[in-house]
Every structure is written in C-alpha cells, then in structure tokens.
Design a protein around this ligand. Structure first.
Ligand code: ADP
Length: 478
C-alpha cells in the first residue's frame, strides 16, 4: 500500500483506494492511502512548522534538491512513463514525454532558485535607499487534475519550493501513482521534514481543508471550471492568494492559403493526442470555404487510420478515455451534437481492445457542419471529440475563434504573414500558435489563459515567481 507523506513520515490513511488501468480495467495499478480532513490538517501543520527554516534556506540547498529530483525523474523516464500511461491512459510516448517535461521543469526551477533577485533603486528622498525583494508566501496548497499526473504537479511544486514555500500537495483521485512516485523522489532528494507533504484523498474532503485552513496562504489549482469557482469563493472569503487554470475550448483556424499537411497534422495532434484530454486541445476547427472540403476529407481519412488501443502497446495512436464517468460525458456530447444537427464521423465506443481487454475506448470523433451556437462548440467536452465550423474568410474565422467564454490557447494554419501577425495580436487567448498545434508547449515560458480559462498570475517559466512570492519594499536611511 502506498502511503501519504506528512511531516517527513509515510502514514497510512483511514481508507484506501484502488488505482485502475483504463486500458484494462481488470488491472489494478496499486492500493493508495486516502487521507481524511484530520490528516490534511496535520499536513498543513507540518508545512507551517517547516516554513520558518525552509524560507531561510540557501539558494544552494534549494538548487541541490530540485536538481537531484530532476535528475532522477529524467533517469527513470521509462519506468515513470509506463506507470503514468498505465494509470492515466495516454500513450507510452506521450507519457514518457510528460515525464521528461517534469524532469526539465525541476531542472529549470533549480536554476531559478539561484537567480531569484531583487532591485535596488534610489529613493526620491535624499539619503534614502530602496530595495525591492521577493519573499516566499508561506504554506501553499497545490490541487491538481488527472490529465497530466506528473507535469502539472511538477510545474506547481518546483516553483513553490524554489521560491522558499512549503507545500501540501493534493493530487487528483484517479492518478495517485505518479503523485506518489514524485513524493518519493522529492523525499529522497533531501527535503527537510514537512517542507513537502503529499495528501492523497478526495477533493471535497482533503481539498476543502486546504481551501478553508487559515494557515494555507495560497492555493494553486488546475481542474474544472466548477471547482475553480468554488476555490475562488473560498479563497476570497479568507483573503488567501489563488491561481486557477481551468477549461478551454480552443480554436484552430485553417485559412485557404494554409499548407494542408501542416493544418491536418496540427489539427490531429491538437484534437486527439492524449485522447483529447488536454485543456489546450483544439476542439473547434474553423475552416475557410476554399479549403474546407479538402481539409475535412483529409481529416476523415487520417482519423480512420488512427489506432485506438492499449496505451502501453507499441503502435497505439490513441489510448482510452480516463474513466467511466469521463466516457459517459463524451458519449453524451456525441448525442448532443447529433441532436443539434451536426454530422458525426467516428466516435464509436469500443468495449474491448485488440487483445480482448475491457477498457474505456472511444474512437476519435469529428463533427462537421456545426455552428457557433451549438453546445458542442461552447462547452468543454474533454475527450477525443472535435468539430469543424465553416467561415467565409479570415475576418469571420477570427470572430468565430473569439466567440467563446474561454481563452486558453488558439492556433492558425496559414502561409500569410499578414494574417498570422493579425491573429497573434487580436486572438483573445493566453497562448497563440502559428502553424503549430494548440497543445504541446515549452516548459520554460509562461503558460495560462484569459477569460474563463484562467485566473491570477501565469504559471511556468520565470513568471511563476509572481504567484509563489510576495514583494517587499524596504527603505533605508544611511
Ligand atoms: P477534473 O474534471 O479534472 O476531475 P475537478 O475540478 O473535479 O476536475 O478536479 C481537479 C482537482 O480538484 C482534483 O484534485 C479534485 O480532487 C479537486 N477538487 C474537487 N473538488 C474540490 C473541492 N470542493 N475542494 C478542493 N478541491 C477539489
């Protein structure tokens, strides 16, 4: 049984949960402890106790630990990738790629620990000096979703620790395996007791403690809009700092002058890799009239050849959906789209894979002849379901792309510098891609969105310090 990490000790919980492989639901990845509210509060207390010393730790100490963690993650990429693919269902190459990203993130923030600096300015008053410095915030609560079981925890934990905060980490219920492996690596990398605590457990119970406990100074969350709204309300009520990354309904515009191969490759990657279960996936393909039919035909042909199978089998293009309830949500949206009058290609439910194993398999689905008002074009589905909308020209395509409550990522396929430049400036999204998929971003630059997708400072890169530090302005008269 895999235990929680509280105050430097591995502790059992009052309950356990079974981690199930979505590629073969008979396969149990492991039995994991589930903390209750009392244990979550113990973890907060441990983090609070550890904060004083860790907040004054040297950049060298922080660098050594984060760098060691990054080194081990990279060295064990194959085994950690296999675990990730087994518990979450993305393909092995995708899972290994995610592990490498997590390792790189730890290395990056190891360096950031050394680079944290401030400013020295002259005062407007004679004989006075001004220093602007950054200090850690305190105990931070990190709440993460299931779709990136190691990379999202990495991009919250690494900057939090690099900036001198202590951490209580609550991973998603469905993917405790990668979270536990990360905790084990951090513990062995030499973190003092209580600096990093793992509390696996339910959102409404363990997560809620982090929201309500006055000792938790800041919450960084990635997950659904509904939970994000609850977190915002809870944090505002007690004036805690918070940062939210939520949904997306990311558009990809394909113009008449696009290179068809580039456009199709980008749309397939954005729409269906990780089984479409990415907040940066593009689920709205907005295609101008002159290329529309050729694009749809090419997409249909490529989709038909994609192999949906066990996530860990060589040659699999698309793994299963993560669990039964996500699968039901995907199937419900397929019904909604059909009822709204869209044409559906693919989207068949497959009960067993090629080896006869039962899993949550769904063939990629492409809706065509859709309109902006349809629910399938407004609501995040979070599965391998993509729709195509027609546009008369670039201006209409841009207007359709911006017609969404979300604003995380957006793409355009075009060979026109003029349109690419205009799109980069006028697309209301946190991230804009030209001739690239909307998903698959670098690890050293800011990540985040606008509108209903995100709230608070950006994550990743050096911008992450904005959330994980608080600024102090000191005046000195010599
Ligand atoms: P997803 O669709 O990714 O499961 P959720 O928002 O339900 O999105 O879950 C994201 C994370 O938020 C998970 O770790 C989950 O346990 C946690 N969570 C869910 N409900 C709450 C809550 N009321 N308070 C705090 N955390 C929560």
């Amino acid at each position: 049984m895999f235990k929680n990490l509280i105050g430097g000790e591995w502790v059992e919980g009052p309950r356990t949960t079974r981690n199930i492989n979505p590629s073969d639901t008979r396969d149990v990845v492991g039995e994991y402890a589930q903390a209750d509210a009392a244990q979550a509060r113990q973890a907060v207390a441990a983090a609070q106790q550890a904060f004083g010393a860790w907040s004054l730790s040297t950049p060298q100490q922080r660098f050594d630990i984060l760098d060691a963690a990054g080194t081990e993650i990279l060295a064990r990429r194959a085994a950690l990738g296999d675990l990730l693919a087994r518990e979450e269902g993305k393909t092995l190459p995708e899972a290994i790629g995610e592990v490498v990203r997590a390792g790189n993130i730890f290395k990056f923030f190891a360096g950031e620990a050394l680079r944290t600096g401030g400013e020295v300015l002259p005062s407007v008053r004679p004989g006075v000096g001004v220093e602007v410095t950054r200090e850690p915030v305190g105990v931070v609560g990190l709440i993460t979703p299931w779709n990136f079981p190691i990379a999202i925890p990495a991009w919250k934990i690494a900057p939090a620790l690099a900036c001198g905060n202590t951490v209580v980490f609550k991973p998603a219920e469905l993917v405790p395996g990668s979270a536990w492996a990360l905790a084990d690596i951090l513990q062995r990398a030499g973190l003092p007791a209580g600096v990093f605590n793992l509390v696996m457990g339910r959102g409404v119970e363990v997560g809620q403690v982090l929201l309500d406990d006055p000792r938790v100074a800041a919450i960084s969350f990635t997950g659904s809009v509904a939970t994000g709204q609850r977190i915002a309300a809870a944090c505002v009520a007690r004036m805690a700092k918070f940062q939210l990354e939520m949904g997306g309904k990311n558009p990809m515009v394909v113009l008449d002058d696009a290179d068809l191969d580039i456009a199709v490759a980008a749309a397939l990657n954005s729409g269906f890799s990780s089984t479409g279960q990415r907040c940066t996936a593009s689920s709205r393909l907005i295609v101008t009239d002159g290329i529309h039919d050729r694009f749809v035909a090419a997409m249909a042909e490529r989709i038909a050849s994609l192999k949906v199978d066990d996530a860990r089998k060589a040659g699999t293009d698309i793994g299963p959906v993560v669990d039964q309830s996500q699968l039901e949500q995907d199937l419900e949206y397929l019904d909604i789209g059909r009822a709204e009058g869209a044409r559906l290609l693919g989207g068949e439910r497959i009960e067993h894979n090629a080896d006869g194993a039962p899993g949550f398999y769904l063939r990629p689905a492409l809706f065509t002849e859709t309109t902006a008002a349809m629910r399938i074009n407004r609501e995040e589905i979070f599965g391998p379901v993509v729709s195509v909308m027609r546009a008369k020209n670039y201006d209409e395509a841009l207007a359709l792309a911006n017609d969404s409550p979300f604003g995380l990522s957006a793409g355009i396929a075009t060979s026109s510098l003029k349109h690419a430049t205009h799109f980069k400036r006028h697309m209301q999204a946190g991230m804009v891609m030209v001739n690239l998929p909307t998903a698959g971003v670098d690890f050293h630059v800011p990540f985040g969105g606008r509108k209903g997708s995100s709230y608070g400072p950006r994550e990743q890169g050096r911008y992450a310090a904005e959330f994980y530090t608080t600024v102090k302005t000191a005046y000195t008269q010599a």
